[in-house]
Design a protein around this ligand. Sequence first.
Ligand code: UDP
Length: 330
Amino acid sequence: MNVLVTGGAGYIGSHAVKQLVEAGHNVFVIDNLCMGHRAAVHQDATFYELDIRETEALTEILKKNNIEVVMHFAALAVVGDSVTDPISYYDNNTLGSLSLLKAINAADIKKLVFSSTCATYGEPEEVPIVETCPQSPINPYGTSKLVFEFILKDYAHANPDFAYAALRYFNVAGSAEDGTIGEDHSPESHLIPVILNTVLGKREKIIIFGTDYPTPDGTCIRDYIHVQDLISAHITVMNALQPGDNRFYNLGIGNGLSVKEIIDATKAVTGVDFKVEIGDRREGDPPALYANPTKIKSELDWSAKYTDVKPIIETAWNWFKNNPNGYNDK
Ligand code: UDP
C-alpha cells in the first residue's frame, strides 16, 4: 500500500516507517524536523520536510503519490510542556491534525490511523483502563488529542466510507531490535531515556517526580510498551480497516510499573548505579495509568511480544550506549 506517515522522523514515527518499509509498503514521510531527525527516516522512504499545518502542500503530496492510508504521528508529546505552553499543543496537535484531515478530505483518502493517548482518560476511576472508560483529560496534551478524536468521529459520521482508528498509547519505550534507530529527544523528558542519560553520565542524577502518590511505593505507575510492538499493532489495525470502521484500542501491555520499579529495572539491566533524588510532583501527572489490552486481542488477535520491562529497557540501552549523542544532528 501507499502509506503516508506524518511525524515519520520522530521516535515512534521512524519505527513505523522502518516496519512499514520492511513489510513491503511504499512509504512517504512528512516531518517538520522540529523534534525529528532526518537520519532516523529509512532510506527507502520518500521524505518531505513539511509541517502538517501546510494544508495545500500536504494535499498535493497525498494526491501526487496516490496515498491510500495515513498514519498520523506528528505531534508534541511532553505532558509538562503542554501545561506551560498549551497554545503550542493545540496549534500543533489539534489544529495540525485538522489541517491533515482537510487534506485527507480534499485528496479523498479513506483510511487513517491516529496516534492518540491514554492521557485522554485523565485520572481514571478504575485501572486497568478499558476503552469505554470516560475520557476526561487533566492536561492540555490529553485534551489536544481528545479533541481530534471528537473531530474524527464527526468526520466519519459525515463520510460513511471513511475508516479510522484512534490508538491510545500508554508509555512507549525501547528501540529497534537491530539497533539502527532509537529515541533521541532534545531536551529529553521521558523517564527511561532520562535514566539512561544518567547511566551514561550525561546527567548528574534522576529526579523522581513525587513519592506521595496513592500507589504502593508512592511513585506514579505507568504501562510501558515496546515501540516495535506498538507499531506492529498499527500495521495490524491498518490492515483490518474496512469502510465505515471507527476503531479505538488501548495499546499497552497491561502491566503497571512504578517509577521506582523502572529505576531498579534499569540498574539491573545496565549494571550501573546512579544518583536518584526525590523531587516534587510534576503538574499534570495522574497517579496510575495502565491498560486493559484485551479489546485488541479479542477483536484482532494482536498482543504485545514484550511483556516484561527489562528486555524493553535492554533494547533502549543498546541504542543509548552505541549512540551516546543520539543522531548528533541538533
Ligand atoms: N518521571 C520522573 N522523573 C523524570 C521523568 C519522568 O519521575 O525525570 C515520571 C513522571 O512523573 C511519570 C513517569 O515518570 O510519572 C513517566 O513519565 P514520562 O515523562 O516518561 O511519560 P508520561 O507518563 O508523562 O507520558
